[in-house]
Design a protein around this ligand. Sequence first.
Ligand SMILES: [Zn+2]
Length: 110
Amino acid sequence: MIRYEDDRQRRRVEHAVARLGLAEHDIGQVAAYVNHSRWVADCPCGGAELVSRHRDFLCGSCGGQGTVQWPRPRKQIEAALLERPVEGTRNWWPGETVAMLRAENLEAGI
Ligand SMILES: [Zn+2]
């Protein structure tokens, strides 16, 4: 399974924002990518958070809020990555095609 931000993770981030007294501010759009079987996005401040398809990005390091950009063939990307048995090898960057992922799988004997 490819992980997304869940309610528990979101509460952790919101708690960090409150505890640190961070001012929530707009950072525009952030691009979702897959890192070690998790959908995440980077904040311009250097922070990174898990992302959800159901709410905006919130950075626990600076309070930045943004709209998450999702890739179009998201499900096919996940399907290609889920063929890989090792979670740490399930990685995807914007711009990589499903065909590229499948070629990598073949190369790795998957
Ligand atoms: Zn940030």
